[in-house]
Design a protein around this ligand. Structure first.
Ligand code: AKG
Ligand code: FE2
Length: 359
């Protein structure tokens, strides 16, 4: 893994060095350090600078041109594609590592395989497979783009590993990633295989991130009656918001654009960008990919109870522990979960030295 030190030039010109950065400087490369609580590194912001038109020029102008190119695309179009951000061999290694891991635990996992022979999405598999975490930590242009957009140290909050295309209708992720302050998260999606219409490409409503936010309180009241009774997770509420956002995009004349990308390309999307997974022409095909949701360190992430009630009181510091691996932060998760159907303790897998999936 490449050390993160080359990033400090960027940090110096643009942003204050956060508390987390100074912690990072003090650690030994290669060590997995103790877990730690971190205070919210953007607690004094109202929103990210890239969502404030009066801040954009000032914050963009000193960025290295390659990073500015990507931040500009995210600001203008709602997404950017970083071509060849991960070497193809690393994508193949990550897929092979998953295949070895799933094969060696087939008895435990196989009940989750669908009729077409694929696993459903697996939540936080990066806790088990280091090749997946490295798509965050050893993905330099993507990391620097997140650092620039947050103005603070990025951390991996959660990941979703897909063996096949998601075929999900266009949606915003924000009802599940309601940060405080709001909009301090990014979707970072890495193609581990070429993704096309045949195996279900990623789709975006380019420009949909600029449409005005809907009246979320009104949507919640319509579905659950009162703002005080919004559950953290409600499929009905998510779908109501999702379909209204989709309608808003179509009424504004936006069309869904299919992103044909190659293994090793990274797509970063704006927190407000409506996106989805295209139809899969050949359902037998795989489309290995990893979606990561990242935030600045210390940022709490709430779900629908806060998303649809944005004025509700909410603690400003994240309640969970962070861990730091070779200078890169992630929220500590003790489980991974197959298809939201079954959770497995990370310690039941990673504690056994004979189970090394990396070679
Ligand atoms: O990979 C895809 O097809 C889309 C995934 C997605 O939108 C998500 O998991 O939030
Ligand atoms: Fe999504």
């Amino acid at each position: 893994m490449k050390a993160a030190t080359d990033l400090f030039g960027l940090q110096e010109v643009c942003f204050r060095v956060t508390e987390a950065h100074s912690l990072r400087l003090a650690t030994t490369p290669g060590a997995k350090d103790q877990t730690m609580k971190l205070t919210n590194s953007v607690r004094n912001k109202i929103h990210p600078w890239f969502m404030d038109s009066s801040e954009i020029q000032k914050n963009s102008k000193n960025l290295p041109s390659e990073i500015r190119h990507h931040t500009n695309e995210i600001i203008e179009n709602g997404f950017t594609v970083i071509k060849k951000s991960i070497p193809k061999e690393k994508c193949t290694q990550a897929i092979n590592s998953f295949k070895r891991f799933s094969q060696s635990h087939k008895q435990k996992f196989e009940k989750h395989i669908d009729a077409d022979g694929h696993y459903p999405r697996i939540i936080n598999l990066h806790t088990i497979l280091p090749e997946l975490f490295s798509l965050f930590s050893d993905n330099s242009i993507a990391y620097q783009t997140q650092l620039a957009l947050f103005g603070a140290t990025p951390c991996l909050y959660t990941s979703l590993f897909y063996e096949r295309g998601s075929a999900q209708p266009a949606h915003r992720d924000s009802p599940y990633f309601s940060t405080r302050p709001e909009h301090f998260y990014l979707g970072v999606w890495v193609a581990l295989e070429d993704a096309t219409k045949a195996n279900g490409a990623l789709q975006v409503f380019a420009g949909g991130h600029k449409l005005p936010e809907l009246n979320r309180e009104e949507i919640a009241k319509e579905i659950v009656g009162s703002l005080n009774e919004i559950p953290p997770i409600s499929n009905e509420l998510f779908e109501s918001y999702r379909s209204k956002v989709e309608q808003q995009c179509l009424s504004a004349g936006l069309t869904l654009q299919t992103l044909d990308v190659e293994a090793g390309d990274t797509v970063i999307w704006h927190p407000q960008l409506p996106h989805g997974g295209g139809a899969i022409e050949d359902i037998t095909r795989t489309r290995f990919s990893l979606v990561m949701h990242t935030t600045p360190v210390g940022v709490p992430v709430y779900h629908q109870d806060k998303f649809f009630n944005p004025k509700a009181p909410a603690p400003m510091d994240a309640p969970w522990e962070y861990e730091q691996i070779e200078g890169f932060y992630r929220v500590q998760h003790t489980t991974f979960n197959i298809g939201h159907q079954e959770a497995f303790e990370v310690s039941d897998f990673s504690a056994r030295p004979q189970e090394d999936y990396s070679s």
